[in-house]
Design a binder for this molecule. Structure first.
Ligand code: PMP
Length: 355
């Protein structure tokens, strides 16, 4: 052991889904959108390309064009919006800002696997209430004393949406905690909790451009909550890095938010393909919860899921699988284009015929 090693912070990092770059692959493993961003985003980037001189300067650290566009879109004041480098960055800042109690924070046992990583990194104690047998959340598990709460809605990777009444019950019962609702997948059929932020100053809603706005590569996430929560979040953020979003992201993000028509068309296409995909998977004998996200969490009683996952991967179809014993019999399948889904179904049929 080197002498300096005892001073090194040891962490077990989050492992994101793989990003292979194979020709002809079908990539359904990280819940990206299969469609390009709004054409308005392209126009903005072209304009910047014509005059890159602006890149000499630091970006606007208030991120005003993006923040104002989001405030207008959601009908809130600009001081109720925070933005960061993807919602991962936003949520990491939230953990550091709001989960600063000796009491354990709460998040579901099966959920986004980054949460325990941030909790460990920042030495935040946590408890993980079990889901019900059908993978739904029992809101009564979030009524006791705690140091904060974070729940994705829809949950990941289960794809299950919890009603807004259930979410409100949790927020209302916890006036002494900040309750964060991670709505990475809300645009695919759920009802957002954003309107509730005007009623509850302890509620923070986090969303992302990575899924329904087709901009995972731009890394833009945001949070909406009371002015007090956003000010606290900005204080922490400005104690780490004042300039988070780059100049291009701020303007490209603004353009995307302003193109509501394209946003609605894209998410509706995903919802349609999801409906058809659920029917196809059902015909093949899979079972899964009703998805309100851009992915399906599917299992099959007659086939070994790990084996099927490896077969698909060997045949250039990437879906997500975890070795976690609680969910090892499930595949998380991102909704791609109709053509991509057809290729997936064809490969699954080939796999089944080979058994
Ligand atoms: N929350 C949940 C529930 C997610 O699944 C993801 C995507 N991995 C994120 C947050 C982070 O997304 P991003 O950083 O791309 O905004």
């Amino acid at each position: 052991m080197k002498l300096w090693e005892k001073n090194v912070r040891k962490v077990e990092p989050y492992v994101a889904g793989e990003q292979p770059d194979n020709k002809d692959m079908v990539k359904l493993n990280t819940n990206e959108c299969p469609y390009p961003p709004s054409p308005k985003v392209k126009q903005v980037i072209k304009k910047i390309e014509e005059n890159t001189d602006r890149l000499r300067l630091y970006p606007d650290k208030t991120m005003a064009p993006l923040i104002n566009a989001l405030a207008e879109f959601y009908g809130v004041e600009s001081d109720m919006v925070f933005a960061g480098v993807g919602s991962d960055d936003v949520i990491a800042n939230c953990f550091l800002t709001f989960f600063n109690s000796e009491k354990p924070i709460l998040f579901p046992e099966i959920t986004y696997s980054f949460y325990p990583v941030w909790a460990d990194l920042y030495k935040i104690p946590y408890k993980t209430p079990k889901l019900r047998e059908d993978f739904t959340i029992d809101v009564n598990d979030y009524m006791g004393e705690n140091g904060g709460i974070i729940i994705p809605n829809p949950n990941a990777p289960t794809s299950i949406y919890e009603s807004l009444e259930g979410i409100e019950k949790i927020v209302k019962a916890n006036p002494a905690s900040v309750v964060i609702i991670d709505e990475a997948y809300i645009d695919f059929g759920g009802e957002s909790a954003i309107p509730l932020v005007k009623k509850y100053d302890n509620l923070l809603v986090v969303q992302t451009f990575s899924k329904s706005r087709s901009m995972a590569g731009m890394r833009i996430g945001y949070a909406i909550g009371s002015g007090e929560l956003i000010a606290a979040l900005n204080n922490v953020k400005n104690s780490i890095n004042s300039y988070t979003l780059n100049y291009v992201s701020i303007l490209a993000g603004e353009a995307a938010v302003k193109d509501k028509e394209y946003f609605d068309a894209t998410r509706n296409k995903i919802i349609e393909t999801r409906k058809r995909s659920m029917m196809e998977l059902e015909k093949l004998g899979f079972t899964f919860p009703q998805s309100k996200a851009n992915f399906i969490f599917a299992t099959h009683k007659d086939y070994n899921i790990t084996d099927m996952f490896n077969y698909l991967r060997d045949n250039n179809i990437y879906v997500r699988h975890w070795n976690n014993p609680l969910i090892k019999d499930y595949l998380r399948i991102t909704i791609g284009t109709d053509e991509e889904m057809n290729r997936l179904f064809d490969e699954i049929k080939k796999y089944m015929n080979s058994k």
